[in-house]
Design a protein around this ligand. Sequence first.
Ligand SMILES: *Cc1c(COP(=O)(O)O)cnc(C)c1O
Length: 748
Amino acid sequence: MAEEKKLSGGLDYFRVAAALLVIAIHTAPLEAVSETADFFLTRVLARLAVPFFFLVTGYFVLGRDKTSSRLRRFLVRTFLFYLGAIFLYLPFGIYAGHYEHITFGTALRMFLFDGSFYHLWYFPACILGILLVASLKRFLPLKATAAVTGILYLLGLMGDSYYGLMVKSALLASLYEAGFGLWSYTRNGLFFAPVFLFLGAWISTNKPEGSLSLREGSFLSDQKEPCMSGFYACGGLRFLTGFLLSLLFMSAEAFLLRHFKIPRHDSMYLFLVPSAYFLFRLLLSVECKPSARLRAVSTWIYLLHPALIILLRMVAKPLHLTWLLVENPFIQFVCVSAMAVGAAFAITALKQHGIRWKTTKIPEVNPMKNNGSFESGRRAWIELDRTALHHNVAYLKSLLPENCRLMPAVKANAYGHGAKLIAQELNLLGIDAFCVACAAEGVRLRKYNVTGEILILGYTHPSQFPLLYRYHLTQTVVDASYGKCLNEFGEKLHVHVGIDTGMHRLGERSENLEHLQSIFRLENLVVDGVFTHLCTSDGQTAEEENYIRLQAASFYRTVEALEALGCTCPRIHLLSSYGLLRHPEMAEDYVRAGIALYGVLSNSDDTKRWGSSLKPVLSLKARIASVKELLPGESAGYGICYTAKEKRRLAILAIGYADGLPRSFSCGKGFVLIGGKKAPIIGRICMDQTIVDVTEIPDVAAGGYAVLIGSWGQHQITACDWAHATGTITNEILSRLGGRLERVWKEE
Ligand SMILES: *Cc1c(COP(=O)(O)O)cnc(C)c1O
């Protein structure tokens, strides 16, 4: 959908392509075709893959608005991944005899520079490079950082593709020889990674400020091909030209060097830097939806492919297929790629669909047993569509960056849907963080056996602090003095610190650093997170857009400053539904999604524009209590507001304004669906009853039912329609649906 195009999706698609290029390096698919073609593919084109990964990392981890806590978490995660990979490849390495003459020195060299198995060098290079660039950026001006990373790259180049020129100097040659005792190649975290990491960070910092509104503008103006217009507007054509030219020069460079037998190794070229740079900018200017799935897939392909190459050999041998599967390089490439892609998708599918390793059994109430059928005797009820909920969860998750979690807002009885059914179902889907408005809502969730973190977004009176402790609820620190108050309770309480960055509702003001810092010093509070709330993320004016930027900048600045003061902010979050749909790149550790999870946005325009992939979860139905005739001249309802001109047939529905039906729908303003046809509401809506006109609808009988929100036949009534008709937003409509309504799952 055009409406959901977001920047940076192009990067995700290319990641998979880059991972396949790495497989090409290791399988040489064109070897049998032509030596030149093989050289071009594996030694020129595919050399772009790893620099591309570094650029992406620099862009997302070291760029603008990136906090040091994010950096730290990325490093820890990469390091753990690296450790896991080392263990995974240990048997292969032993089998290949990699570790036979290992000493402490060679082990250290492997660990820091070479990688313990041949493709694993990427991980230490990434870590080392990030540490280096982050420190350089911190202590040096920008230009100096650029210069240092550039010089390091040149030094690396002399030990790689330009080795033959360098050895002409005996002094240099001996220096490099000594270096090669410490690292086997210069394509490592010291010489190779930094320049690309720096460039990625630099691109992120130098995105044109206007690109955001420009992008948004491209679909507001209803253009047919926003993708291409965005592409041109973002300078796509310029980058394409730049890329093709630099690739041409890089090819010439590579072939020349090879011709004169200069390279020692061929990972680094002069023109690799501009080529990778233009490629990255080019991909960045392609507007398409980001995909967390593809991101994870590319990592798994990269990690697993060498193991799969070996596996293929092991399988081919007993089958006597070595001649085909191994010795034909193209077939080998295709097989390994297919296996790697398949395995990567399988692994990410397991993770994405929330296979819960630690299953807490929630007693299944099975409301489906006696649902929907007229015999169940229900008066007026809400039907929840489980498939729609699953769909919305999967969709929102697909927008999340790696390691960002959904923290559904289930306040106000899950926006009227019923917190019990919704939260239990989300729990089963593997969601383990929720937010609610008050302590009572949190306690209720615990009584429904909901597990995981429950964050209370609002104020809790000190008399209820024992509930926080007893039910393991996480409290928002709504300002610094409230923090002291929480601390005085005496028991350890888990909290998230609210920071007010411009909404001026809850949260300590971002400029009061000392006050904020004081919260972290409180001995009884365990600060698990820090968050802010944006107040214009649904807005479209330039002013509102700008306000988002201001709030985000203020938030990141404050978190940075707190970190610098030694206050650790373990998890940070700032987005709710609109923020995620429109600025997924700003998602940090959690997204507090409410309304979108329920399948609508606040009004129908927004839903069409940004939420067209969502599916409404809720339907509202009411029983027909009685059907009667109204003779000409007779009136119906309070205040005799309706008088029949001719003979009419009325149905009385067992639902009223006490159930959340807006009274302003009275007297013909609203309608309901019966038998797939529209039945207008006549007279005034009562507290518990509503009268509709069913003259035009055959076979209406007491005991049947009417749809007030949902679809029947050709017609649909949405919460957006209600909101539009009554001049409010769906959030209000839904959250006001009454406690008297029964909530059940729709029969599937
Ligand atoms: C209600 C609420 C949310 C959820 O907002 P939606 O727009 O429904 O996604 C997120 N954060 C805070 C602080 C809230 O109060």
